[in-house]
Design a protein around this ligand. Sequence first.
Ligand code: PLP
Length: 366
Amino acid sequence: MHQYTLIFMENERLLMLPGPVPVPERVRQAMMRQAINHRGPEFGTAYAESAAVLKECFGTKNEVYIISGSGTAGMEAAVANFGRGKRIASLVNGKFGERLRDLGRRYGDVTAIESTWGTPLDLDALAAALEGGVEMVTMVHNETSAGILNPAKDVGKLVRKHDALFVMDGVTSVGGDEVLADEWSVDIAIVGSQKCLAAPAGLAAVAVSDRAWERIAEDRPYYLDLAAYRKNGKKTPMETPYTPAVPLFLALAEAMAIIREEGMAARIARHRRMSASVRAAVSAWGLSMFPQLDAAHAYSNTVTAVVMPEGVTDSALRGTVKRMGIEIAGGQDHLKGKIFRIGSMGAVSAPEILATLAAVQHALKK
Ligand code: PLP
């Protein structure tokens, strides 16, 4: 059985954020070494091994490529490689849905299907947009800004029925919660290294379906050209088109070895236990979840958003928790000061969750 060691070290802050998350010692050590040639077997093996584990995290048999750049680079690659002027439907119920919408507007003709942050997506409006000839649909699986898990399977079914491409941001679900990209008909899925994968920030990975490759455009971006990633990825040893962030690739390979040792089923179960514990504490404190969802809709299993109680300010709450060595997140944009968020992603386990809940409880009672 996989043994967890407490990653909350003396003189370090415990980051219980929805990314970046604490990086296990083994993964940190993997970065601290002499430079290696990125066009050699050692790099190629690290890349190939990471891609193989990432396939399990994505729930796909499709090709997976790793990009030097944060999650947003993966989002841009997903939207930008399929031609300018495409008709895109963007599902939005939080900050990252908005980001995909805005990215879509740089490259295509977007129909935004917007719901208030944290409220369920409007699938009837999506069906109507698809009837109207939309060619690509974008959706965030785990909407980090609002703590809601969106129904990827239902969206995928609708999108496939109308033969459009399905772009799914799995930045804060892949590697932590269940993601079944193939079963859900996802054509391009994206993850970021600093979230559930428990690696340092700075890499994105994309899983690309055969249907997506068939529709790849001639007028592709240069640095984020997926066809170039594919061409170099098929070399032996595996390569990237340009010089990659080698230390981050080496760290990611170690983070992926940890995921392989734990096994995805156990990792998903752990993330679900951790987030359920946070939700149980919220209920025991008499606080309200943000949003309030009925049984037909799902809370995130990697980040919990909580309504800020009357009489408590964001700076007092998070400041007190921070003085105890732990960082939790506030709300973003218009939710600043109105909610707080506790991340439970990556390698964290019961000790970190207990320490966090104790600190938050103390801060709430102050
Ligand atoms: N998508 C989601 C759901 C996220 O939570 C984030 C980051 O918080 C991003 C995309 C953007 O990732 P990055 O900040 O790595 O570019």
